[in-house]
Write a protein that binds this ligand. Structure first.
Ligand SMILES: Cc1ncc(COP(=O)(O)O)c(C=O)c1O
Length: 484
């Protein structure tokens, strides 16, 4: 049976269910499979024409032992998870007409209109499935730059085995994203708007890791996380790389590059592991905005944190790409001690400069770019004017990277991952077109509907978030467990 271990090398191997329910490994590391499955070209050929759900079934079966989730259970979990997606193909591929061999992977047809739905639809269902089977209850806590929170809240809403605490940096996400969390009426959903976060959502991640480190609190509240620290998110997100590749090639082995808008390296970690498993992606284009943490890693070999810059692509205003450590583990012969040492060095000094051998091992097959807001808005306008196709600012960051790195790629098709629907970022779209000439595609009925609903939210200042959150979470937990 495939076991899961910490990328920091501590603790003991656990089974799939424990890895999913724990979130973090016991030594504070990230769970990784003991080994990655090897997928042959024959296997890839056999999967080429599968639907998204059937393909997901095959890929997930490589990680999930049948004694933990049976074939029938896994099929049902997947079918239920993606039933709420707007498009039959789940994640359609859209060819651009103004660029040669360039496609947009539309990852935003889930109920909260971002690619976070793709991972969380399945993961939250799976967590709930495990809990119901054990008759247990869990508190999940997530930090969000505006998309994970709505998706986690949507899929957890009304599930009696889950309480979801969703933390967001107040005034650093769009009003539309905020309302997706605050207008849910369900009693098990607790949005928390946090003011004065100097480092945006990264500050919230820090508080969450402190709560996890508090053993008494973690155990009493049965704390877990569905942020992309959870292996289930990364595993699920590998599927769209396979699916996208199969959609654009005639034969397995054809050259394909993928441009991915990123901040925390969650989505890119999944793509990178898909490639390590055998998917022949040629080059990953790491697309940052001006918060260029990943660009520094892939162009200079430096993992460092700088002050946050608020950009048009606010969901990737992220300073610490923690999932990079998970990917790096597989580039350094699974040496957990090395990863632990670097993670501690970063914690203590705020910077890690990788040696030449390490840089070579992780950066091969990657190019990176840091897109400005002007470039982002300009490409949205250009594509709309040329082909009446509306990108959101994050998909636009991916296309800016593709446009600027295209000359270094040689042959091959390019897939740009569009990770959100433009209706989540109306102010950016207005800055492109003006308020009176907004394209119809800039609206979505679910966003419009939320404008007419009451909001319910906890508000808190960052300076006392840890204590306030512990009090609120604990009293809610006790209240729900009082004998009737
Ligand atoms: C719209 C959008 N695009 C891209 C990302 C990047 O996610 P990650 O860096 O975890 O892959 C996020 C998440 O934070 C997002 O909300």
């Amino acid at each position: 049976m495939l076991k899961f271990i910490s990328n920091k090398g501590g603790g003991t191997p656990v089974n799939f269910e424990t890895a999913i329910l724990d979130g973090f490994a016991s030594d504070g590391g990230l769970y990784v499979p003991e080994h990655l499955p090897n997928i042959s070209n024959e296997q890839l050929k056999a999967w080429k024409n599968l639907s998204y759900i059937d393909l997901a079934f095959e890929i997930l079966s490589l990680f999930i032992d049948r004694s933990i989730v049976s074939e029938m259970e896994l099929k049902k979990l997947l079918k239920d998870a993606y039933a709420s997606f707007e498009k039959e193909e789940t994640i359609p591929l859209h060819p651009l007409t103004s660029r040669k061999d360039t496609y947009v992977m539309e990852l935003f047809y889930g109920p909260t209109l971002s690619f976070k739905d793709v991972g969380l639809a399945f993961l939250v269902n799976l967590v709930n499935f495990f809990l119901e089977r054990k008759n247990e209850h869990l508190s999940i806590i997530v930090a969000t730059t505006g998309d994970t929170g709505p998706a986690a809240a949507y899929f957890a809403a009304g599930k009696s085995s889950l309480n979801a605490w969703v933390l967001y940096p107040k005034d650093m996400i769009t009003e539309e994203q905020e309302r997706q969390m605050t207008t849910l009426p369900h009693l098990n959903i607790h949005p928390v708007g946090v003011s004065n976060c100097p480092d945006g959502a990264d500050d919230l991640d820090l508080v969450i890791s402190k709560l996890f480190a508090n053993k008494r609190f973690k155990e009493k509240l049965q704390l877990s996380s569905v942020n992309s620290i959870n292996w289930g998110r990364v595993m699920m997100q590998t599927v769209h790389y396979f699916y996208g590749y199969f959609q654009v090639v005639d034969t397995i082995g054809e050259v394909v590059h993928m441009a991915v808008p990123s901040g925390a390296f969650g989505n890119l970690c999944a793509g990178s592991l898909a490639r390590k498993m055998g998917l022949p992606i040629s080059t990953f284009l790491v697309a940052n905005n001006k918060n260029a943490c990943l660009h520094r890693i892939f162009s200079e070999g430096i993992f460092s944190k700088q002050n946050i810059i608020e950009t048009e692509s606010s969901a990737i205003d992220i300073l610490i790409p923690y999932n990079f450590w998970r990917y790096l583990y597989f580039c350094v012969d699974k040496d957990g001690v090395k990863i632990k040492t670097w993670m501690e060095e970063f914690k203590n000094t705020g910077v890690v400069k990788f040696d030449a051998e390490t840089f070579e091992s992780y950066s091969k097959g990657y190019l990176s770019y840091s897109a400005s807001d002007d470039q982002t808005l300009a490409v949205i306008k250009e594509i709309y004017d040329a082909e009446e196709y509306l990108l959101d600012p994050h998909g636009a960051v991916a296309l800016v990277a593709a446009d600027n790195l295209r000359d270094q790629l040689g042959d091959g098709k390019i897939i740009c991952l569009a990770t959100a629907h433009p209706s989540k970022f109306p102010e950016s779209i207005q800055r492109v077109f003006g308020t009176d000439k907004l394209p119809a595609a800039a609206k979505h009925h679910s966003i419009e509907k939320a404008k007419h609903l009451c909001e319910k939210v906890h508000l808190c200042d960052h300076s006392h978030l840890e204590e306030a959150l512990m009090n609120a979470m604990e009293s809610n937990w006790d209240l729900n467990r009082l004998p009737l």
